[in-house]
Design a protein around this ligand. Structure first.
Ligand code: SAH
Ligand code: SF4
Ligand code: F3S
Length: 434
């Protein structure tokens, strides 16, 4: 099983893996040994699609070598490219979109997964949830962080975005179910709970409960050391949420609030439903009530019709150090969305130039943020051995900053480690165990 895309896909993969395990399947890291291969896919930008099709080409070789093996493609690209996939990758045996997972068990049954009980001698361990199936060393630590869906789908229809078409309309999950899952995860060892939704602020339960109310309700659950959530939408994110967060003893001090652009003309074309003034107003209240928190954002450059003057506005807000971290994307047309046919489109070379300029401005702000930790002792939740250097461990602070530190018998087996920071980089921090 291999997963591309966002945390939603990782959460879905967790669910599918657990179902497969409960029917008697076990997981192998090497696709050459697999009877069933599952690719959970993403369609958010063209690059994401290209990677999936590239991987499908490689998996064809495994299918050729083992003609009886089966290949399931699920996730957002399976939904978006239902027809295209049949001609581009006819060796795929089945497609399930994100709303089709109720059919998963039936499919496995059809493929001869006969039992209906977990393998007697195995405990459930997740297959690699990263899009790097060879990299399993982090799996031993995966249970420390749990992803808990609070909503499914999205009906905001931002004009560039494919998600409402692949994941369907908004549904809010019952609070009892959310609480029960958090309790299960804590019992299984989770220290950090991440609440997931394309727009968590649109949580709206029939009982009248909204997102701020849900946060207050979750306060009662014991054993959650860090509570965090993804993603907030600036239109629906309000003071009540900030006030609820200020009252939460275990909220991780970080907030992701995608700005997308600082030009009102572009925001309007995107159908984001807020102005940059409203956005910055909300940020000001957040900064006032939650000092010391990290604010992160998503930005799209090179949107259709984006002028140099529009772009300069975005550059200015980023250059002012508004964000501790930003994920910056060149606009990628998605067939079937309104923005794909808007004119004029920005030439690719110009998109790249704008991307690099905003990245450079953000890198300065990010480095300044990281340097502010030098000399501090920070609490780090273990992620596993560092990917680049096996003599070190890596983990995340409450602000979600990566920290590396020496690996030894002591640091390897602890969920949390206190690290004294001595170096800051663009990618994060390093230090020694305090
Ligand atoms: N639900 C979240 C994020 C969805 S996708 C939200 O509303 O913010 C994550 C990010 O990908 C988006 O915030 C946006 O910045 C980017 N993105 C989405 N569609 C894109 C496209 N067609 N081209 C470039 N970036 C895109
Ligand atoms: Fe896409 Fe907008 Fe929904 Fe986010 S809020 S998933 S960007 S349509
Ligand atoms: Fe990709 Fe679907 Fe997530 S398109 S970003 S996997 S919601």
């Amino acid at each position: 099983m291999q997963t591309f895309g966002c945390q939603m896909n990782v959460a879905d993969s967790n669910g599918l893996a657990h179902q497969a395990w409960s029917m008697g399947c076990t997981f192998v890291a090497d696709p050459a040994l697999a009877d069933i291969m599952i690719l959970n896919t993403c369609a958010i930008r063209e690059k994401a699609e290209t990677r999936v099709y590239g991987r499908l080409g490689q998996l064809k070789l495994f299918k050729d070598a083992r003609p009886d093996s089966k290949l399931l493609v699920c996730g957002c690209l399976a939904e978006k490219d239902r027809e295209i996939m049949r001609s581009k990758a006819p060796w795929v045996d089945a497609l399930l979109g994100p709303r089709d997972y109720r059919q998963f068990k039936r499919l496995l049954d059809r493929w001869g997964v006969a039992t209906d009980s977990p393998p007697a001698d195995a405990i459930f361990t997740m297959p690699s949830a990263e899009d790097d199936p060879g990299h399993d060393s982090h799996q031993a630590y995966a249970h420390l962080r749990a992803l808990v869906n609070i909503t499914r789908g999205c009906e905001k229809f931002c004009t560039y975005c494919i998600v409402p078409y692949t994941r369907g309309p908004l549904e809010s999950i019952d609070p009892e179910e959310i609480e029960a899952q958090i309790r299960r995860e804590v019992k299984a060892g989770a220290k950090e709970i991440m609440l997931l939704g394309q727009n968590v602020n649109s949580y709206s339960h029939d009982s009248g409960l909204d997102f701020a109310g849900l946060l207050v309700r979750l306060k009662a659950i014991e054993g959650v050391e860090r509570l965090t959530f993804l993603t907030s939408h600036p239109k629906d994110f309000d003071r009540a949420v900030v006030d609820a967060l200020a009252e939460l003893p275990n909220a991780a001090p970080r907030m992701h609030l995608p700005m997308q652009s600082a030009s009102n003309a572009v925001l309007e074309k995107m159908a984001r439903l807020y102005t940059i003034e409203e956005y910055l107003d909300k940020v000001a209240y957040f900064r006032e009530r939650l000092p010391g928190w990290a604010l992160t954002t998503d930005i799209i450059v090179g949107y259709p019709t984006e002028t140099e003057a529009d772009f300069e506005k975005t550059l200015e807000v980023v250059g002012a150090g508004t964000f501790e971290q930003a994920f910056i994307f060149a606009y990628s047309p998605r067939a079937g969305t309104p923005a794909a046919t808007m004119t004029p489109q920005v030439p690719q070379a110009e998109k790249i130039r704008r991307l690099q300029a905003v990245n450079a401005a953000q890198n300065d702000a990010t480095r300044r943020f990281h340097e502010s930790f030098i000399g501090d002792t920070v609490r780090v939740l273990t992620q596993g051995p560092s990917k680049k250097d096996a003599t070190r461990m890596a983990g995340k602070t409450g602000h979600n900053v990566t920290v590396v530190y020496p690996r030894d018998a002591r640091t390897e087996h602890r969920a949390f480690v206190d690290v004294e920071i001595d170096q800051a980089y663009n990618w994060g921090l390093s230090g020694i165990v305090a």
